[in-house]
Write a protein that binds this ligand. Structure first.
Ligand code: NAD
Length: 412
């Protein structure tokens, strides 16, 4: 059958298998080209710190939790195809069957495994609930079977729910402000309309449950389980991802429920860092990444309009990055550049540096203030935002013939 996007309330409900696979290949090609370019630059200019030129600390065996889409997928691609690292990936995706479509992450994982095999790098992909004890046990068994220790653990889970593995209680996260109502403009990218979003303040219970889902508790469970079972190499690094965003979104994001969860994640990083230093001379960091259109961020009020205005500004000044550009730069210029990892005052890696410059923020806010439904194309990167939204589900991807029937949904 022909597969076209099914979109409801800024969420794309289906995926195109061939488009997802092509998008994975595009990201792989990007990191391979960067590797070559960095090697070229380094040999021309004798920049010794370039990782692609085999820093001692280059990742060799990487565990990616949340490996199937967004930042996790990009991290896995950078590790495997720029550094040749073996990877274990964990994600929670709906599998495609012969007749029914799966989620984009399912097709991304299949494509990743196929490309990794062709390139001769080992990959193991596990589909299941990363919050459960069962999946932690399974990953540890896989690591032990391989007889190697993990030197990088990426924690890139984004989920609306988490079942506590001990009590089986289901916690739900909410995106709400704290202490006051939030009202802001949103972009409906498909209708090209501006809508008003209103979010009532969160209850104490909603704040607590959001922290349970998106805070640092599960990351700590993973790192403790991996350390206790002797699966982490000496000097292993673990990273989790956070977002801060612009002033104008703080009421709904950084000072809201998700922000509380992120502050908990950042606190967990500082605690894990001390612990890992003591136990295995390792490190734990949070990397604050750039705001991007991924399956998670598309549903946060005001962020959609902000991102569309931001992309317009950053593309015009040549500093725009997507997931793969961010993760490639994170690895090559911050994590594995050979020296100390550069951190801010709160011990975080800042990949949102280019997004949060005064110049970019002022221009973005000016765009947001000026935009109306009539002049959207002038102030928003409508085409770019729409492309990112669709391509996260395998649609609107260059080189894919959408006129071809999808014969089976269980293969790419
Ligand atoms: N998207 C952004 O703009 C942005 C910016 C900065 C930081 N971040 C952070 O980066 C991280 C990843 O976000 P993303 O936007 O890439 O998300 P995403 O939705 O693209 O990916 C989430 C991943 O988590 C996996 N997952 C969800 N629940 C799971 C479960 N129970 N068990 C196993 N896997 C599960 C999914 O399968 C997927 O692989 C989050 O911490 C997010 O806050 C995102």
């Amino acid at each position: 059958m022909l597969v076209t996007p099914k979109i409801r309330s800024n969420i794309c409900l289906n995926a195109h298998p061939a488009g997802c696979a092509q998008e994975v290949r595009r990201q792989i090609e990007y990191v391979k080209a960067k590797k070559a370019a960095r090697a070229g630059t380094a040999s021309d200019t004798c920049v010794e710190s370039d990782v692609s030129l085999k820093s001692e600390s280059s990742p060799r065996f990487v565990l990616v939790l949340g490996c199937s889409t967004g930042y996790g997928l990009a991290s896995r691609i950078a590790a495997a195809f720029e550094y040749g690292a073996d990877t274990i990936g964990v994600s929670f995706e709906k599998e495609g069957t012969e007749t029914r479509g799966g989620t984009p992450g399912f097709y991304n994982n299949m494509a990743f495994d196929k490309e990794a095999k062709a390139a001769g790098v080992n990959s193991i992909t596990i589909n299941g609930d990363a919050y459960s004890h069962e999946i932690k046990k399974r990953v540890i068994e896989e690591i032990k079977k391989l007889g190697k220790k993990v030197d990088l653990v990426i924690y890139s889970l984004a989920s609306p729910v988490r079942t506590d593995p001990d009590t089986q209680e289901l916690y739900k996260s909410v995106i709400k402000p704290i202490g006051r109502t939030y009202e802001g403009k949103c972009l409906d990218i498909i209708a090209e309309k501006l809508t008003e979003a209103k979010a009532e303040p969160a209850s104490e219970e909603e704040i607590a449950t959001t922290v349970k889902v998106m805070g640092g508790a599960d990351w700590k469970l993973w790192i403790d389980a991996l350390t206790d079972s002797g699966c982490l190499a000496t000097g292993c690094t673990t990273l989790a991802y956070s977002y801060i965003g612009p002033e104008l979104s703080h009421a709904i994001y950084r000072d809201g429920t998700i922000g509380e969860a992120k502050k908990d994640l950042e606190k967990t990083a500082r605690e894990l860092d001390l612990d890992l230093q003591k136990k295995i001379m390792g490190h734990a960091y949070v990397s604050v990444n750039k705001g991007l259109v991924t399956r998670s961020s598309a549903v946060i009020p005001v962020i959609s309009l902000y991102l569309a205005c931001l992309f317009k500004v950053m593309k015009a000044n040549g500093t725009h990055e997507g997931c793969i550009e961010q993760m490639e730069r994170l690895f090559a210029e911050k994590l594995f550049a050979g020296g100390e990892v550069p951190l801010d005052d709160e011990k975080r890696i800042r990949m949102d540096d280019l997004e949060l410059t005064d110049e970019v923020q002022k221009a973005t806010v000016a765009n947001m203030n000026a935009v109306t439904e009539e002049n959207m194309a002038e102030y928003c990167d409508l085409a770019g935002y729409k492309h990112d939204f669709l391509s996260a589900n395998g649609f609107d991807v260059d080189g894919v013939d959408y006129g071809l029937e999808v014969e089976r949904f269980d293969m790419v």
